[in-house]
Design a protein around this ligand. Structure first.
Ligand code: IMO
Ligand code: MG
Length: 423
């Protein structure tokens, strides 16, 4: 079974944990978009790992982990993650594969990301990792790919071309001194040498694996509402975070994908700017942020928090073709008097339940809430879905009915054992 796992909200849904669990059954785990803007947390028995680039399945012995062509790779970060995994005693050689076609984040991408933010009237609140500028170069057809790092002549020419144009922009538009060929070129050639053994044709690798009946798990980063097309544009990331991105970002055809699993938090969070209809007021927001430890795994920024928004998740289910959902961090709702779910919006007095793509509308809608009784009991340590407090089960059952989707996994804590499977 080849499965795509996607976020249904604004990222940080808990994808890392579910990937880690599903990795057990998969043979290959592949990242297909995004870059080190992602922060996927995996808690094993005793240790917490945060991966930005590395597929979260890397902790499972013997599994092949791929960084697909749709990912943008910052070599400095990749090197750091390889080293930290090695130093944790995990064997990585022969198990990590990086696509020849993946685009490379260059020092000027990182700086440009930050400089562009300073000039924007409406800031996006990017992670500042150079993601947007790197994808922009990919689409502009001037990007540098992993395969170029293995070819000194090609790298020289492409880097020279890029710097000639970019330095002009840096100097004239941003009053920045620009970048030296002589410092970037040898550094990136060195990366090429270090990564040589990992770089390969991952599309070929994955397709022959599928032909042999091996199972692939596609690890989405970010979430549906950060998707470049279906997100709350322009407050989005620069890649296709929805399920379709799995095909483009790996070279595996849609006819070979069997299932899409969506991950949703039992409430909602968002980092960075942009519309967020169910956002809590400041006081309750702070209370829930502390309760849920909602601080970015990548940038450490406080996450904005709000009630579960079924309007957005229903739309995400449609766009991604989700047949099963994992509901995460249910335990964070323990002890609340009531819990709310947004089931529709009103705008200028009119009620509707579809997702509005007009940003002006989305920024001004009022959520229509269904208020449900909370549960005072702690869900901590529960090992069977049936043992959840009755009202917690009612909450999940309400979500299931409203979303018209099966909930197959419920998470009540960060470690592997805090996971309930619903038959
Ligand atoms: P994971 O995979 C949450 C957000 C940023 C910003 C916007 C654009 O951990 O769920 P970018 O640097 O990508 O150009 O920033 O997207 N963002 C994320 N928010 N989780 C993520 O990844 C995110 N990756 C990007 O905060 O608002
Ligand atoms: Mg994150």
């Amino acid at each position: 079974m080849n499965v795509v796992l996607v976020g249904t909200q604004w990222g940080d849904e808990g994808k890392g944990k579910i990937i880690d669990i599903l990795s057990e059954k998969a043979d290959y785990i592949v990242r297909y978009q995004g870059g080190n803007n992602a922060g996927h947390t995996v808690v094993t028995g005793e240790k917490e790992y945060i991966f930005h680039l590395m597929p979260s399945g890397i902790l499972h012995k013997g599994k092949i982990c791929c960084i697909g062509n749709g990912v943008v790779v910052d070599p400095e970060i990749l090197l750091k993650e390889i080293e930290s995994i090695k130093s944790a005693g995990i064997k990585i050689d022969g198990r990590l594969k990086v696509s020849t076609l993946a685009h490379v984040i260059m020092p000027y991408h990182r700086i440009l990301d930050k400089l562009r933010e300073t000039k924007r009237a409406h800031k996006i609140g990017t992670t500042g990792r150079g993601i947007g500028p790197c994808y922009a170069d990919k689409i502009s057809r001037c990007g540098i790919r992993m395969i170029d790092l293995l070819n000194p002549a090609a790298l020289r020419e492409k880097l020279k071309d890029n710097l000639a144009e970019k330095n002009e922009v840096f100097r004239r538009v941003y009053r920045h001194p620009g970048f030296e060929f002589a410092s970037i070129y040898p550094q990136y050639l060195k990366y090429g040498k270090v990564f040589r053994s990992y770089i390969c044709d991952t599309a070929l690798l994955l397709n022959s694996a599928v032909t042999k009946g091996r199972e692939i798990l596609f690890e989405g980063a970010q979430g549906t509402y950060l998707d470049i097309d279906f997100g709350t544009y322009p407050f989005v990331t620069s890649s296709s975070a929805t399920a379709g991105g799995a095909c483009i970002g790996t070279g595996v055809s849609p006819v070979r994908i069997d299932k899409v699993i969506g991950v949703a938090k039992a409430y909602t969070t968002r980092v960075g700017e942009g519309p967020f209809p169910t956002e809590f007021d400041a006081d309750f927001g702070k209370f829930m942020r502390d309760k849920g430890r909602e601080f970015g795994a990548t940038t450490g920024r406080p996450r904005r928090c709000g009630w579960f928004d079924a309007v957005t998740v229903r739309q995400a289910i449609m766009i991604n073709g989700i047949s099963e959902l994992a509901i995460m961090k249910l335990d964070i709702l323990d002890g609340l008097k009531t819990v709310k779910v947004c089931t529709a919006y009103t705008y200028k007095g009119k009620r509707f339940s579809g997702f509005p793509y007009d940003l002006e509308v989305l920024e001004n809608v009022k959520p229509v809430y269904k208020e449900l009784p909370g549960w005072s009991e702690s869900t901590s340590g529960i090992r069977d879905y049936k043992d959840l407090p009755l009202r917690a089960r009612s909450y999940l059952s309400f979500l299931k009915d409203d979303l018209k989707a099966k909930i197959s996994i419920v998470s009540i804590g960060s470690s592997r054992k805090d996971t309930l499977f619903i038959k």
